[in-house]
Ligand binder design. Structure first.
Ligand code: MRU
Length: 355
C-alpha cells in the first residue's frame, strides 16, 4: 500500500512561488505567495520555509523570480546572465548550513550558463527546472522512505528530532518519509517527537503533520530522550540532515548530537535520512560545516514573552555535527549507506543503487 501524504509545502504556480507559512503552524495552516527574489531571500532567512530540501527548492524558485524581474531591466542576454548569476550567488547566502540551498541555486546557475536561449527562453527553462526539481524531490523522498522502512522493526517506536517531514521538503519527507512508508506496511509503529528548542519544530511542525496524516505521535521535551531510551521505549532514531561531509559527519538541528550519543550508549540504531543533494563531498569532515548562529531572541523569548532575566548571556547555534561513528546508516534514494562512509558515500555518487 502506498502512503498518501496530503501536504505540498512549496510549488511554482504560474509566475510565483506558493508555500506553507511555517512560522504560524500549528495555530494556522496557511499559504503565502512569494513574488520577488528579495522576498524569497527573506522567506528563507526568516524560516517561512525551512528544512534543507524545502529551502533548496525555495532557492531555485528565488532565482527564477529574480530572472522574471530581470526581463524588464535587460535587453542584452549576456548582461542579463551575469546579473542573474550574481543574484543566484546572493540567494545561496540566505542560510549557511543546509547545502541543498547552494546545490539547487547552483543547478539554476548551470542552466543559465549553458543556455543558448534569449531572455524569455531562459526564464521558461528556469521555471521548467524549478518544477522538475520539485517533482524529483517527492520521488526521492518516497525512495528514501521505502529503503528506510526495510530497517524499521515491527511495532517500533521511532524517535525523531526537529522536523524532517513533508513540511521540510516538497512533500512526504525524509525521516518522516521513512515513518510514512513504514506505517503503510505496519500501522502499529509510532513516533516520539523531540520538542526541539528553541524554535520547536518538533512540537509545532512534526506533531502537526503526523497528526494530519493520522500517524500516532508522542511529544517529549528534548531532555527526556535518554530516559525513554533507558526504559526500552525507543527502538530506533531517524533524523534528517542539513549537510553531510564526505566522511559521514552530519550537521542537523541543534540537539541531534546529544540524541546520537544517548542512542549509542543504549545500543539503539541512529539513522540519518537524506537525499544525496545533502551530501557535500567537497568537505572532508564535519569540522568544515558552517554552523548558523541565530538570533538570541529565539532563546530568551517564547511566543514573544521573555523567559529569562534581562542581560543573560546567550549563544544560539542552529545546528550541531554528529560524528560519523555514531551513525548506523545514511538512508538515501539509492539505498542505505553504511560505514565505511568515505567509501559508501563515494560509491553512491557513481552507482545506481547501493546493495
Ligand atoms: O532550522 P531548520 O528548521 O531549517 O532545520 C531543519 C532541520 O534541521 C532538518 O532536520 C533538516 O533540514 C532535514 S529536513 C528533511
Amino acid at each position: 500500500m502506498e502512503f498518501k501524504s496530503k501536504i505540498k509545502t512549496i510549488e511554482w504556480v504560474d509566475n510565483y512561488s506558493k508555500m506553507v507559512d511555517q512560522t504560524v503552524i500549528p495555530y494556522e495552516y496557511k499559504f503565502v505567495n512569494i513574488k520577488t527574489g528579495e522576498d524569497m531571500f527573506h522567506a528563507i532567512k526568516d524560516m517561512i520555509v525551512r528544512g534543507a530540501p524545502a529551502i533548496g527548492i525555495a532557492g531555485a524558485h528565488g532565482v527564477t523570480l529574480f530572472a522574471q524581474e530581470g526581463e524588464n531591466k535587460f535587453t542584452n542576454v549576456e548582461e542579463f546572465k551575469s546579473w542573474l548569476i550574481e543574484k543566484a550567488e546572493y540567494m545561496k547566502t540566505s542560510r549557511p548550513t543546509a547545502v541543498n540551498l547552494m546545490w539547487a541555486c547552483q543547478k539554476q546557475i548551470d542552466l543559465i550558463k549553458n543556455s543558448n536561449s534569449n531572455i524569455q527562453g531562459i526564464i521558461k527553462e528556469l521555471i521548467q527546472n524549478s518544477i522538475k526539481l520539485e517533482n524529483e524531490d517527492i520521488e526521492i523522498n518516497r525512495k528514501i522512505g521505502d529503503y528506510g522502512a526495510e530497517v524499521v522493526p515491527k511495532g517500533a517506536t521511532i524517535l525523531t528530532h526537529c522536523n524532517a517531514g513533508a513540511l521540510a521538503t516538497v512533500g512526504y519527507g525524509t525521516a518522516l518519509g521513512v515513518v510514512r512508508s513504514a506505517y503503510a506496511k505496519d500501522n502499529t509503529i509510532q513516533v516520539f517527537a523531540d520538542e526541539t528548542r528553541p524554535r520547536q519544530q518538533g512540537a509545532r511542525i512534526t506533531t502537526f503533520e503526523l497528526a494530519m496524516d493520522g500517524i500516532p505521535v508522542t511529544l517529549i521535551t528534548d531532555g527526556m530522550c535518554s530516559y525513554f531510551m533507558s526504559k526500552g521505549m525507543i527502538d530506533m532514531v531517524v533524523v534528517g540532515a542539513d549537510r553531510i561531509a564526505a566522511n559521514g559527519d552530519t550537521a542537523n538541528k541543534i540537539g541531534t548530537y546529544t540524541v546520537a550519543i544517548a542512542a549509542k550508549y543504549h545500543n539503539i540504531p541512529f539513522y540519518i535520512a537524506a537525499p544525496l543533494s545533502t551530501i557535500d563531498t567537497s568537505i572532508k569532515s564535519g569540522k568544515e560545516i558552517p554552523i548558523e548562529e541565530r538570533s538570541r531572541d529565539e532563546v530568551t523569548h517564547i511566543n514573544g514573552k521573555r523567559i529569562c532575566a534581562e542581560g543573560v548571556n546567550i549563544i544560539n547555534p542552529g545546528f550541531d555535527v554528529t560524528p560519523h561513528e555514531l551513525i548506523a546508516g545514511i538512508i538515501t534514494e539509492k539505498g542505505i549507506l553504511r560505514p565505511d562512509y568515505v567509501k559508501s558515500i563515494a560509491d553512491a555518487f557513481v552507482k545506481d543503487k547501493i546493495d
